[in-house]
Design a protein around this ligand. Structure first.
Ligand SMILES: Nc1ncnc2c1ncn2[C@@H]1O[C@H](COP(=O)(O)OP(=O)(O)OP(=O)(O)O)[C@@H](O)[C@H]1O
Ligand SMILES: [Mg+2]
Length: 374
């Protein structure tokens, strides 16, 4: 049974509909990552779940019981929902010590026994901050403040913890550390979580499920593997980093880009005059001559536009008759010539026709993609 079930959730500010008839289910103990661009309504959705905003319409159910239902006029106040929240900006009370900050959710829920039983110290220890209990937030580093915010979110042992981009203010190394800590805490404590981010690698690393959000709705819900292998729409494909996008027109028996480059589409597609194809940068190979192009691969003549050193790989952009392709080229194979290659230098790129993910012209609907057809 779903632990949390959200149906028809709608929230507007003025005439702007921010959360638009949203449906979502979170299984018991599941770590759900909500991924979407700035302004798509992620924070607003969390605030509605936590009871910090009142939606106009919809129903939020916890284990079968409504905590919000617009038609039945149910609206359980925030402190009575068994939900913890960790905010992007930490939002610690500056005038309270760490101890009082962590104790706060226990106090408002009147959990006297938990306070007496040392739950505050236990929560601080979970994030390795037991030595900081008597300091004030201004006496802590950013990473310590965020750990305390996590401890405060977990202290009352909520059934669901909402994380609103908790790592985005941390530098890269700390972000990895705190990410791993959150992952471990989830494994050991088993709370359900909704974790908001707009970083796809964070989403893939943490999520049992991903929900990709667009303009107040969920565009795709699935496991990270599902979403990675079969992005449901052109929008999802672009958002998760499938950066190469080709608009194709039918030409007799085949397909061509706007610039007249022939592209083989090796799968059944409906009888449409146009398609959108997506391709991972990793699925495109770079060649200096046609000899190294594997047999059966689609090869396209192109010119080098940019090559940026990225350690093991170069991040390369090439142009082919007005179409741009992004790809990764192995430094060991290509580094020696890419280092000094000039813009405009002729190259070849290749990819397997099966690597194309194909969408309708509008991009709303997947027609066929690897694994689902052909
Ligand atoms: N209190 C408010 N009053 C009016 N408009 C608001 C309010 N809060 C949010 N909005 C608007 O609602 C939209 C969605 O905001 P929200 O904070 O949910 O986005 P988000 O997906 O969390 O974005 P980000 O990734 O930048 O945090 C934005 O256009 C924002 O300006
Ligand atoms: Mg936000």
């Amino acid at each position: 049974m779903a632990s949390f079930r959200i149906s028809g959730l709608t929230k507007s500010y003025g005439s702007n509909v921010i959360v638009d008839d949203l449906d979502l289910e979170i299984e018991e103990g599941e770590f759900l990552v909500l991924l979407g661009p700035s302004g798509c309504g992620k924070t607003t959705t969390l605030r509605c779940l936590a009871g910090l905003e009142t939606p106009e319409r919809g129903r939020i159910e916890f284990k079968g019981d409504p905590v919000f239902d617009s038609s039945a006029r149910v609206n359980v106040p925030a402190h009575k929902r068994r939900i913890g929240m960790v905010f992007q900006s930490y939002a610690l009370w500056p005038n309270m010590t760490v101890r009082k900050n962590i104790a706060y959710p226990l106090k408002v829920r009147r959990m006297k026994e938990a306070l007496a039983a040392g739950r505050v110290e236990e929560a601080a220890a979970m994030v390795h901050c037991e030595h900081l209990l008597d300091r004030y937030p201004s006496q802590l580093s950013g990473g310590q403040q965020q750990r305390i915010a996590v401890a405060r979110g977990l202290a009352a042992r909520p059934d669901l913890v909402l994380f609103d981009e908790p790592l985005s203010n941390l530098d890269a190394r700390l972000r990895d550390q705190v990410r791993t800590e959150i992952h471990r805490l989830h494994e050991s404590l088993g709370f359900g979580a909704v974790f908001v981010t707009h970083d796809q690698s964070e989403a893939f690393a943490l999520g049992d499920k991903l929900a990709i959000m667009r303009e107040g709705r969920i565009e795709q819900l699935g496991t990270p593997q599902d979403v990675f292998q079969r992005p449901a729409t052109d929008y999802v494909a672009g958002f998760i980093g499938m950066a190469n996008r080709l608009e194709l027109r039918r030409t007799g028996a085949g397909w061509q880009t706007k610039g007249g480059v022939d592209v083989l589409v090796a799968r059944d597609v409906p009888d449409a005059p146009a398609l959108v194809a997506r391709l991972w940068p990793d699925d495109v190979s770079l060649h200096r001559d046609s000899e190294s192009v594997p047999t059966g691969a689609v090869a396209i003549k192109a010119e080098l536009l940019a090559a940026e050193f990225g350690g093991r790989q170069y991040h390369v952009t090439v142009g082919a008759n007005g179409e741009e392709f992004r790809l990764q080229a192995d430094s060991a194979t290509h580094g020696s010539w890419l280092r000094t290659a000039t813009e405009g230098c002729p190259v070849l790129i290749s990819f397997r026709a099966e690597a194309l993910h194909v969408y309708s012209e509008g991009g709303e609907r997947a027609l066929a993609s690897p694994g689902s057809a052909g």
